[in-house]
Design a protein around this ligand. Structure first.
Ligand code: NPG
Length: 368
């Protein structure tokens, strides 16, 4: 398979409600879509980098630049198959989100040409999945309780609460008290705490949480291991894990007992599967994280989350939780579960009119 050209397309999707985390508040999802055109057909993917480098060092304009300036020139000359993409990028450090988008678009084109679904290719074992919802920091606890109430009524199997210093024990305690012991509840700090907060964080043990996600800085495995030794709540890593090698290091250092896998953060679905395999071999459960994806990223994430080691519900909520209008047909919950796409490739295409309506810029990069 040969690459003939690539379209980079920027879209802007207003969120149905602002999403506040310890990193900041988001009201619009600016996304970068990648369409590869090959001699065997087209493929689509999404780059999950955000406008600003707050969650990780990558950001949208930078990712577009890396794709255009370094990644595509490495792919234009070669014969493509899914396993050939990452090796072609190996000499380029980091930029996992940019690499993931390009690899996934190639994977989509390659699988479509072979009439195989991404789920089947990755080794999915389920056709539908219970999924979770991630709830941002609110102005008041009452507002939080309302949102949790609606999420549970919608059928979400797990509720994740964003926390930060000043918004942790009280809201978490009130949610637990209001909705009872049976709700699967987790918290995510997005690196907002430091080593001196360990004693404070251990108080979260009182609330029967299924995990605490990424309390400390990405590079601070030491602090996570210290907390893990003091706390009965399982520690989950997100920002710290950017590769299967990172996962091995974190597991060996007892820095986590659960891993959140985001394909964009780790450089693609093939590396994501490797992390799944490493975790599985070490007895750690994994789950699929979310980056406020459009339907294109959501479809691919569902395929990944159908692998056997993804035993915890992912941040793969229904489209309506994020957007009124998406670039694809909406994803919905049915009986508390979301269906894994079965069509070829990622199993979904952009809806032409929504795509045009949401597009803010396009760029065509032809093979030389
Ligand atoms: O459901 O897509 C979703 C959002 C899940 O909370 C979520 N994502 O830290 O995991 C995270 C967080 C996030 C979103 C982080 C956007 C950075 C950007």
């Amino acid at each position: 398979m040969r690459l003939e050209g690539v379209e980079l397309r920027r879209v802007a999707l207003p969120l149905v409600s602002p999403f506040r985390t310890s990193l900041g508040t988001q009201t619009v999802r600016d996304a970068l879509l990648v369409r590869v055109v090959t001699d065997e057909g087209e493929g689509w993917a999404e780059c999950v980098a955000e406008d600003e480098p707050t969650y990780c060092p990558e950001y949208l304009e930078g990712a577009a630049d890396v794709i255009r300036r370094f990644l595509l020139p490495a792919l234009f000359p070669i014969e493509l198959d899914p396993a050939a993409v990452a090796p072609a990028f190996q000499h380029l450090r980091a930029h996992q989100m940019a690499k993931s988008a390009v690899e996934t678009a190639v994977l989509d084109a390659w699988l479509r040409a072979r009439d195989m679904s991404l789920a089947a290719y990755l080794g999915a074992v389920r056709r539908s999945l219970p999924v979770g919802v991630s709830i941002g920091i609110k102005d008041t606890v009452d507002e939080l309780l309302d949102t949790v109430d609606r999420s549970l009524a919608d059928g979400y199997a797990r509720v994740k609460l964003k926390i930060e210093p000043g918004w942790d024990l009280e809201p978490v305690g009130r949610v637990r008290e209001t909705f009872g012991a049976d709700v699967m509840l987790t918290v995510d700090a997005n690196t907002a705490y430091g080593l001196s907060d360990i004693v404070h964080l251990t108080r979260l043990d009182a609330y029967g949480l299924a995990m605490i996600e990424q309390p400390f800085a990405p590079g601070d495995l030491y602090a996570h291991a210290r907390l893990a030794a003091r706390m009965s709540t399982p520690i989950c890593l997100d920002e710290s894990i950017t590769s299967a090698r990172d996962a091995v290091a974190a597991i060996r250092q007892d820095a986590c007992s659960i891993i959140n896998i985001k394909p964009g953060r780790v450089g693609g679905y093939l590396e994501a599967r490797r992390i799944h395999d490493v975790a599985h071999a070490n007895g750690l459960p994994v789950w699929c994280g979310g980056m406020l994806e459009t339907g294109l990223g959501r479809a691919a994430n569902l395929a990944l989350a159908a692998l056997p080691g993804f035993t915890l519900p992912g941040d793969i909520s229904a489209t309506a939780r994020y957007y009124e209008r998406d670039v694809t047909a909406p994803f919905t919950l049915s009986g508390g579960e979301m269906a894994v796409p079965t069509g070829a490739g990622i199993g979904i295409e952009p809806d032409r009119s929504s795509l045009e309506a949401l597009t803010t810029a396009t760029e065509w990069i032809p093979a030389p």
